[in-house]
Design a protein around this ligand. Structure first.
Ligand code: GRF
Length: 189
């Protein structure tokens, strides 16, 4: 049995998709959802999906107690699905090559501090990039800089706007993030 922990901060469309994708897979279960934002719709989604919810404060999240708690859950893969806090070094070190993140652009461009959500699409459209896409990557102690696992591309139209690009990127996330997670789980010993 492979156990996932999904870290969220927002709407949770990736959480929803991942839960639905693995719903009929007896080998994969979502052990918990970790959320840092009391206003996140992800909280409703976790409740509706019947997945245990662990809310964290900044103090919690940066404590060794939280790392020990995560280790006690026998998690095979931590999945950052729109989680906006940088991971504490202790957590990253405790889960080597067992933390993945999705970024709504083609890293290494348009990544790093401040590049999240709409800000990414605004920058890509402003730069008149011919393509954008998603990047699923392993997480290390820096922002958006771990080994890349999967990238999917989409062309920008002449009249692309940040909103229209966001919709295209969202479709790529829904299609490929669960597949990338499944690939990583299969590649673990
Ligand atoms: C997605 O755009 C993802 O690429 C980024 O944060 C957003 C999460 O959206 N990391 P949701 O909360 O899963 O709907």
């Amino acid at each position: 049995m492979k156990r996932l922990s999904i870290f969220v901060s927002g709407n949770g469309t990736n959480l929803q998709r991942i839960a639905e994708y693995f719903a009929n897979n007896p080998e994969v279960e979502i052990a918990n959802v970790v959320c840092n934002n009391p206003k996140a719709y992800s909280i409703e989604r976790a409740k509706n999906l019947g997945i245990p919810l662990r809310m964290v404060t900044k103090q919690d999240f940066n404590s060794e107690v939280f790392v020990a708690e995560m280790q006690s859950l026998d998690i095979d893969l931590i999945v950052l699905a729109g989680f906006l806090w940088k991971l504490p070094e202790g957590l990253v070190k405790a889960f080597p090559k067992r933390i993945v993140n999705i970024h709504p652009a083609l890293l290494p461009k348009y990544g790093g501090k401040g590049f999240y959500g709409e800000h990414v699409h605004e920058a890509v459209v402003a730069a008149k990039e011919p393509f954008s896409g998603i990047t699923v990557h392993y997480v290390n102690e820096l922002y958006d800089s771990g080994e890349i696992i999967l990238q999917a591309h989409v062309a920008l139209d002449e009249k692309e706007t940040p909103d229209s690009l966001a919709a295209k990127i969202h479709s790529l996330e829904q299609a490929y993030f669960p597949v990338a997670i499944e690939y990583v789980l299969r590649s673990q010993n």
